[in-house]
Design a protein around this ligand. Structure first.
Ligand code: HEM
Length: 424
C-alpha cells in the first residue's frame, strides 16, 4: 500500500474524493492518480452492444475467470426537470451519454455505466409499460424489514478503477467540462435531469480493510477485515458460477428487449458481533453453509474456492441444518432460488461508507423485479424451521438492515434516453 506523508493510502484518499465529489475533489484525485493513462475506446459507440448491462466481456477477470467489478462506484439519483420529455431532450441526453462512450473505453480502466428509469418516471405518461416489463413500485419484501422507498426518476450507475474517471464523467454531465479524456463534451444533463442524491462505494481485494476507520459506524476497528477481502464481511462474492449470466437477466421480448431491471437497496451493516464474538467457523457457516465450516473449505476470503462458492449441495440440507444445528448459511439459502441451475440475479453490489456507516449498496440486475423478490424471499428463509429464529443464526440477516429500496428499468441502449413506456 502506498502511503502519503499524512498516512492516508492513495486508494483511501481517492475513495474519499469520490465520496465528496465536485471540481476540487476531482482535482485532488487527478493529482493522486497522476500516472494514470485512461484508455480511449477502440470501437465506435455505434458498435457497442445494445445491452447497457453488457459489462462482462469488458471487465477484468481473475485467474479463475471470475469477473472483477471496478473499484469505484457512483450512483447518481436523477430528477427529471424538463418539459416533456421531448425529442430534443432525448437527443441532448443521448449526446451526453455518447460523450462518455467516446471518451472512455468500456472496462475497469475506462468506464462502465447504465442508466435506468423508475416506475415514478413512467407514471407521468398516459400509456402503461408493456406486459413484457415487470417494474412495480418498490415495497417491503419480507416481514422483518421496514425500508423507505426511493422515488427518483432515474439512476445512473458509473464505475471505474479510477476515481478521476467517475468524477470527470459526473462533472462533464453537469456541464462543468469542455473536454473529457481529450474528447469534446457534446451534451450534458443541464435542463433535463438534476442530480438529487449521490451515493458512492468501492469493492476490491484489500479496499474494505483500508476503509475500516474509527469514524465509520457498524464495523469495529479492533478486529481487522481480512487484507484479501473485497467486501466488508470478509469474504469474496460474485463467483462466476454463482451469478446469473447477462443473457438470463435480459428482457427478451417487447420494445425493451435487450434491457434489464435494476433493484437497488441500501443496506446498513452492524459487524461488531460478526468480528468480535463470532468465531471463524460461525462466520463461514453463516455466510456459506455449516458443511463448509466443518470441512474447512474456505481459506481467508475464499479465493481458494475458484469459480464457484461450492454450496450447490448445501441447498438441499438448508432445512435439516436449520432444524438440527440451528444455523443456516446465506449462500446455502440463496442457492435454492435458481432456474435451470442458474441464479436469477446478477449481483453488482459494492461496499459503502456513505454517511460514515459501513454498508452495502446492493445493486442487482434481473429480467423481472419478481425474480429479485423471489430471490430475496428465499434468501430470507422464512420457509425454514423456526430453530433459526427470525434473524439469529439465519445466514447474515442479523448483521444487516435494509434502509431503502428502489426499482428501475434499464432500457437497451437504443431507448436509454428518456424513453416513453412503449417506444417504437
Ligand atoms: C451484506 C450483504 C450481502 C453480502 C455480504 C453477501 C455475500 C454473499 C456471498 C459471500 C456469497 C457467496 C459467494 C458468491 O457470490 O457466489 C453470496 C451469494 C449469493 N447472494 Fe449474497 N450477500 C449479501 C446480500 C444478498 C442479498 C440482499 C441477496 C438477494 C436478495 C443475495 C443473493 C445472493 C445470491 C442469489 C447468491 C448466489 C446463490 C447461488 O449460488 O445460487 N445476497 N452472497
Amino acid at each position: 500500500m502506498t502511503r502519503s506523508p499524512r498516512g492516508i493510502s492513495r486508494r483511501a484518499f481517492v475513495r474519499s474524493a469520490v465520496a465528496i465529489g465536485g471540481a476540487s475533489a476531482l482535482a485532488a484525485c487527478v493529482d493522486r492518480e497522476s500516472n494514470v493513462d485512461v484508455p480511449q475506446p477502440s470501437v465506435d459507440p455505434d458498435d457497442l452492444p445494445d445491452r447497457q448491462h453488457a459489462w462482462n466481456d469488458y471487465l477484468s477477470q481473475d485467474e479463475h475467470g471470475n469477473h472483477l467489478p471496478p473499484e469505484h462506484h457512483l450512483l447518481l439519483h436523477l430528477e427529471y426537470v424538463g418539459d416533456g420529455p421531448t425529442d430534443d431532450e432525448r437527443g441532448q441526453l443521448e449526446d451526453a451519454l455518447t460523450t462518455l462512450e467516446r471518451a472512455y473505453a468500456r472496462g475497469n480502466d475506462g468506464l462502465v455505466f447504465t442508466i435506468g428509469y423508475s416506475p415514478a418516471y413512467f407514471d407521468r405518461f398516459d400509456e402503461a409499460l408493456p406486459e413484457s416489463v415487470d417494474l412495480p413500485h418498490p415495497e417491503a419484501l419480507v416481514p422483518i424489514e421496514d425500508p423507505e422507498f426511493d422515488e427518483y426518476d432515474a439512476l445512473l450507475h458509473l464505475a471505474s478503477d479510477y476515481g478521476q474517471v467517475v468524477l470527470s464523467a459526473e462533472e462533464a454531465l453537469k456541464g462543468n467540462r469542455e473536454q473529457l479524456n481529450d474528447v469534446e463534451v457534446e451534451g450534458t444533463l443541464e435542463g433535463i435531469l438534476e442530480i438529487d442524491e449521490r451515493r458512492t462505494g468501492f469493492v476490491g481485494d484489500g479496499v474494505p480493510a483500508e476503509q475500516q476507520r474509527e469514524d465509520v459506524r457498524g464495523i469495529p476497528d479492533s478486529e481487522p477485515v481480512p487484507e484479501d477481502a473485497p467486501m466488508f464481511m470478509g469474504f469474496k462474492s460474485g463467483f462466476r458460477k454463482n451469478q446469473a449470466t447477462e443473457a438470463r437477466v435480459t428482457i427478451d421480448e417487447g420494445p425493451f428487449a435487450g434491457g434489464t431491471t435494476t433493484h437497488l437497496s441500501r443496506i446498513d451493516l452492524n459487524l461488531h458481533q460478526w468480528y468480535e464474538q463470532d468465531s471463524r467457523e460461525q462466520r463461514v457457516s453463516k455466510m456459506f453453509c455449516p458443511a463448509h465450516a466443518d470441512e474447512g473449505r474456505v481459506e481467508g476470503a475464499g479465493h481458494n474456492l475458484g469459480d464457484s462458492s461450492g454450496v450447490d449441495d448445501c441447498g438441499a440440507s438448508a432445512e435439516e441444518d436449520a432444524r438440527t444445528r440451528g444455523v443456516v448459511g446465506h449462500t446455502q439459502k440463496a442457492t435454492r432460488a435458481r432456474e435451470d441451475d442458474e441464479p436469477l440475479i446478477l449481483r453488482r453490489d459494492f461496499n459503502s461508507t456513505d454517511d460514515d456507516a459501513a454498508g452495502v449498496h446492493f445493486l442487482a440486475h434481473q429480467r423481472s423485479i419478481s425474480a429479485f423478490v423471489e430471490t430475496k424471499q428465499t434468501v430470507t428463509g422464512t420457509d425454514l424451521p423456526s430453530a433459526v429464529g427470525s434473524r439469529n443464526n439465519n445466514g447474515i440477516l442479523q448483521y444487516m438492515s435494509v434502509l431503502r429500496r428502489a426499482n428501475y428499468l434499464v432500457p437497451p441502449r437504443r431507448h436509454r434516453s428518456l424513453p416513453t413506456p412503449n417506444p417504437s
